[in-house]
Structures are given as C-alpha cells and as structure tokens.
Design a protein around this ligand. Structure first.
Ligand SMILES: [Zn+2]
Ligand SMILES: [Zn+2]
Length: 280
C-alpha cells in the first residue's frame, strides 16, 4: 500500500536475497514511506541502506535478535539502538558466530549421509551471515529438493528436522535489557507464528511487557486473523504498541514489501522513545 510503513525486512546481510541498497530502492518503488532493515543478529547492512536511501523514503535501522525463553525460540526486534554499544555488539557477534557453526554442523550431517552438498556451495549463496536459506539453495542446486519450502520440512533442515542443528540464543529478557541499554526499542516479532514451531505462552509476553517491551508485531504473514485479534487485545491490555510488517526476505519467502504495515503514530512513538540512533 503506498505510503505505508514496513518495520521488518531482511537483506543479504542476513538471509534475504536483496542487497541493502537494492532493498531500499525496491521499498521506494513499492511506494513505502518508511522501511526498517532488521537483519538477523547484525547491523552490517545499515550503512549500505543509509547510503542508498532514495528521496521520500525513511529508514529505521534495527535488527532481529535470536532469543529463547524456557527452551522456546523467539525473535526480538530491536529498533534504533546504538550499533557501537559494546555489550550489545559483543552479544550479536556471539550469535553470528553460532549461526556459522550451526550451519557447518547441518552441512556435515548432510555430507555424512552421502548427500552431494558442500560448505563451499553453501557459502557461495551467502553474502552476509550464513543461514538456513543458503543451505536450502545448495540443496536445490544439488537436486535434492525442488523448493526452499521443501528444504524447510522435517526431512531436511526444518526446525528439529533430520538435518537441523540448534544455534545459540540469548535469553529474551537479557536481550531486551541489552537493546534498551543501547537506547533501542524492542518489539516481539511474530509472537503467534506457531507454524514455525513452538511459541511462548502469554506469561512470557507479560514478563516481557514488565521488562519494558515496546510492542507486539501483530500484523504478520504467519498470523491468522484469529491470532491477530488475540494479540491485538493482549497488546491493548498490556499497554503495548502494535506493529505490522512484511518480514520480507527477497525471493527466499513469498511476501511482498509492505504486505503488512504499521500505523504512523506507532512509528512516532517508537522514534520518540529511542535514544540510540535517529530514523533517517
Ligand atoms: Zn523472525
Ligand atoms: Zn524476520
């Protein structure tokens, strides 16, 4: 939708297929007013996106941080934090290193079972941090699967699947404290995306709200209308902001930029609470 605000996208700095500079151009061509770049566990794409920012498009710099609580994985969006904050930058580095070693473990398991894939082949698909979509692309190259979706099933590298390996995750409350200390605002990404695996209960959302969570990403492609309604009510009762976004990954996922959007007043509120970096 023209003029809309999309607060969650991925570039080649993590597991998207669009370089940051191309992503901002595509966001502008799609008619967005604001786009947030939120690569997994990295701020690597920020500078390239900022340098290429077209007139009329604003950029929110952020990251999507790999977290867990009580053994359940979850994703935390951090917006407008200081990328040079030492404590946060160090923990993001630990998460990135762990992404590489888990990908190496998955490739090793595939190789051990005689599948014709190699680490070099996976690396060729990754410009930034290696992720599962890069392994999926190597599986397609080798003719083992036909699509990315097929690679993400339990027969291959889907969560807890045959060739899946876990990665390091930050306790979500610790991660929130790190982002807040770095001047950022936190939003719980796709809290009800149960198609991806287990999701945390309402008690964890309440705990996060008490620890200063800014909002819930309610309008997300992985949420049914019923889930959105439930989360919206919960955000209302806990005094949390409601955001919406595409979670765009280029051709690695079938969503369009701006497919879900955030209200302008919500972005104003996020921007006014943040003290790390400004919206560009
Ligand atoms: Zn996510
Ligand atoms: Zn994402």
């Amino acid at each position: 939708m023209p003029g809309s605000i999309d607060l969650h996208t991925h570039s080649t700095a993590s597991d998207g297929t669009t370089p940051p500079e191309t992503l901002v151009r595509a966001a502008s061509e799609a008619g967005l007013a604001v786009v947030a770049l939120t690569d997994h566990d990295t701020t690597e794409g920020w500078d390239a996106a900022a340098a290429a920012l077209p007139d009329g498009l604003r950029l929110v710099r952020g990251a999507e941080i790999s977290c867990s609580r009580g053994g359940v994985s979850l994703h935390l969006l951090g917006y407008l934090f200081d990328p040079d904050d030492a404590a946060l930058a160090e923990q993001l580095g630990v998460l990135r290193d762990s992404r590489v070693s888990r990908a190496e473990r998955m490739v090793a398991m595939l190789v051990a079972d005689g599948h014709p894939v190699s680490w070099e082949q996976v690396r060729e698909h990754a410009d930034g941090t290696v992720g599962r979509p890069h392994i999926a692309r190597a599986l397609i190259d080798s003719g083992l699967v036909a699509t990315i979706e097929e690679a993400f099933t339990s027969d291959w590298i889907g969560t807890r699947g045959r060739y899946w390996a876990g990665k390091h995750e930050l306790d979500v409350i610790d991660a929130m404290h790190l982002v807040h200390a770095a001047g950022g605002v936190t939003v719980f990404a796709h809290p009800g995306a149960d198609g991806r695996g287990r999701t945390v209960g309402d008690d964890v959302i309440e705990e996060m709200a008490a620890a200063g969570l800014g909002g819930l990403e309610v309008d997300h492609v992985d949420h049914t209308p019923e889930t959105r309604e439930r989360l919206r009510a919960m955000a209302g009762s806990l005094g949390l902001l409601v955001t919406g976004s595409s979670d765009f990954h280029g051709s690695n996922k079938q969503v369009r930029l701006g497919e879900n959007a955030t209200a302008p007043g919500v972005l104003d509120e996020i921007a006014s609470r943040a003290t790390g970096v400004d919206v560009l």
